[in-house]
Design a protein around this ligand. Sequence first.
Ligand SMILES: [Fe+2]
Ligand SMILES: [Fe+2]
Length: 167
Amino acid sequence: MTEKWQDDPEYVGYIEDLLATEAVQKLANYTQHVNSTRLEHSLSVSYYSYKLAKKWGGDARATARAGLLHDLFYYDWRTTKFDEGSHAYMHPRIAVKNAEKITELSDLERDIILKHMWGATIAPPKYKESYIVTMVDKYCAIKEASEPVTENMRRRWRQWFPKKQSI
Ligand SMILES: [Fe+2]
Ligand SMILES: [Fe+2]
């Protein structure tokens, strides 16, 4: 996960009220992608999406906040099944309901959360910011799941090809 967000006062200002809630802190109790907790994953998605929204002239505040709340659900997605639909369909809806208990959501923020599984779900995002979050979510999921493997490879590489000592 990225820790860079802690050094960005503008970003922290956008999300600190949400981050202080028990509803968001509880996400630390759930594993998301192999080596990351749901809270770490949500912070990464939120921060990277916020940076891209800023770069591309989007609503950075809404992107940061909805990015942090996009996976606000409390079950193990590997084992919990729903009669109403797949995990991909259900958890964005559950996240919106949970998010509305701790903050008011704008139409943009609701769309970001609801459509973040686009690709696995059919309804396309309505806003640029929603596209950013759904893409960043996929990027972070792959990065988090593959981190143990890439770290292992990096370690081996360093072992096999140590930095040249000056002769
Ligand atoms: Fe999700
Ligand atoms: Fe996610």
